[in-house]
Write a protein that binds this ligand. Structure first.
Ligand code: BG6
Length: 484
């Protein structure tokens, strides 16, 4: 679809996300030659700055996220021409008048307001945009995560935003849904008869979802120490991945068709009791260690972190979906910072064959696994059993890669999602009721932790997390796929 002429206003335009992800993603779309000539990006932040100063800032900061060679291309100068800057104090109406002048009269352009600020400003920004007459039927608002810090605050934010934008104008972003392999998961599941017929409790033993990072808090201490891994990663990214793995086939890729199915998954999650919180939810915090030969500080010694902080940098959990497809199939999820390596993957482990006709000494009769690797490489591998060449009948594991090797540019998640927000495709964005359902499921964990249920287990930076995480699977006679 052609991209309509747009004004994209980025609140938080000088922030980390804008510099690291949003600006580079829009530049990649520039290089692809798909942006319309008059499309503009209007950055906004509190500090007064001229347009030239902002461009200089982008040039200086983008250097780490855009290869030098690409910045030598004519596309770079063309892209810089699209950038504008307006100083706005989000909570005061004055700056919005200047924004109004910059945007000009209703001109048929799509307006995308990207709110990459703290969520506590979302309500005020929407109110002031509306007050300045900047919201019309061609306006979309993109809300960055985290949307609140619990169910009540998330509801309050959604209610405020809903006063000025209708649901079909609101784009709640979860960038994990923009990742290439996550899209591929949809094609794999619903473009093949092979998998869908096996995709249930009859054939699947369990499912693992891992999002492990090797980085620490990276200068985001102020945000992270009040947030923790449960709110930062589990409530959104991991639960969204879970929805894509577990949902029923939607009737189409239409936004509401897909979101209806995801919502059903979230509503079928087995509610957590305090016993579950104690036994099935593991939280950890990293201590000093080494990753790839480099030493890493303990979390509590990171700059800006409270020395006695109890914030979790790791979560592992076991959950169940109470419906016909998934009855009794455990889902194990884990995420953490400063782990052994950066890897995000979904592992679907099928059941063992019911009876082995092979020699007991023949090793390698492993259950089939489908390993969907999201990063660092994008790859889908089916692990099967094959015959070991030779005169005996020995079994050995064989791997079938389902990823067409490609030299093509794999777009960053934000490239896809920013364009979707401009053209008005909501399929990969979360609807209000989904967010609500995800928070509802998470709340007993937050409440339990607040009341001292369980404890934060230390784990050494560079490891796979605290021992409780391995035990969570070991007690079910299973193990995490990566930690062999
Ligand atoms: C963000 C979290 O949403 O996702 C970060 O706030 C985390 O803490 C990041 O590092 C991970 O994203 P990606 O795309 O690098 O896996």
């Amino acid at each position: 679809r052609d991209i309509p002429v747009f004004d994209m206003v980025i609140f938080g335009g000088t922030g980390d996300l804008a510099m690291r992800k949003l600006i580079p993603a829009m530049f990649q779309r520039e290089r692809a030659g798909v942006l319309p000539d008059d499309g503009r990006i209007i950055a906004s932040a509190r500090n007064p700055m001229s347009r030239e100063q902002y461009i200089a800032m982008v040039e200086a900061q983008a250097a780490s996220y855009i290869p030098d060679a690409q910045r030598q291309e004519p596309a770079w100068q063309r892209f810089l021409q699209r950038l504008h800057y307006v100083a706005i104090d989000a909570t005061k109406s004055e700056g919005y008048a200047t924004l109004q002048e910059t945007i000009g009269k209703a001109n048929g352009k799509i307006r995308v307001f990207y709110l990459a600020t703290s969520p506590k400003f979302f309500g005020a920004i929407c109110k002031h945009l509306h007050g300045a007459g900047l919201v019309n039927e061609r306006s979309h608002v993109v809300l960055e995560k985290p949307l609140g810090h619990d169910l009540d605050s998330s509801r309050a934010i959604n209610a405020e935003v809903a006063q000025y934008f209708s649901e079909d104008q609101i784009y709640r972003i979860d960038h994990y849904l923009g990742k290439e392999t996550v899209q591929n998961l949809l094609v794999l599941r619903f473009g093949n008869t092979l998998f869908e017929s096996l995709w249930n409790q009859k054939y699947i033993d369990h499912i693992q979802i891992t999002v492990a990072e090797s980085i620490g808090v990276e200068g985001r201490a102020g945000f992270y120490d009040h947030t923790g891994a449960l709110r930062d990663m589990v409530q959104n990214h991991l639960m969204q991945l879970l929805c894509f793995v577990a949902m029923e086939p939607p009737a189409s890729l239409d936004a509401n068709a897909v979101r209806d199915e995801k919502l059903k998954v979230l509503r079928s999650l087995k509610p957590l009791t305090m016993d579950d919180v104690k036994n099935n939810i593991i939280r950890g915090q990293y201590t000093a260690g080494a990753i790839n030969g480099k030493t890493a500080n303990s979390y509590r010694k990171e700059e800006g972190i409270e020395p006695e902080s109890q914030t979790e940098t790791f979560v592992a959990l076991k959950m169940e979906i109470e419906n016909w497809r998934w009855g009794n199939v455990p889902f194990y999820l884990r995420t953490g910072k400063r782990m052994a390596q950066r890897v995000s993957e979904i592992v679907v482990q099928f059941k063992s064959v019911p009876h082995s006709i092979f020699d007991n000494r023949s090793t390698g009769l492993e259950p089939n696994k489908l390993v969907i690797k999201i990063q660092p490489e994008e790859d889908i591998t089916l692990m099967l059993c094959g015959k070991k060449p030779g005169t005996g009948t020995n079994v050995r594991p064989v791997e079938l890669s389902l990823t067409a090797s490609s030299e093509e540019h794999i777009p960053d998640a934000y490239e896809r999602l920013l364009i979707d927000a401009i053209v008005g495709r909501q399929t990969l964005f979360m609807r209000r009721d989904e967010l609500d359902a995800a928070w509802q499921w998470v709340m007993p964990i937050l409440e339990g932790w607040n009341n001292g249920v369980g404890r934060v287990e230390p784990y050494v930076a560079g490891s796979w997390g605290p021992s409780g995480s391995a035990f969570l699977l070991a007690r079910d006679n299973r193990h995490w796929y990566e930690d062999l």
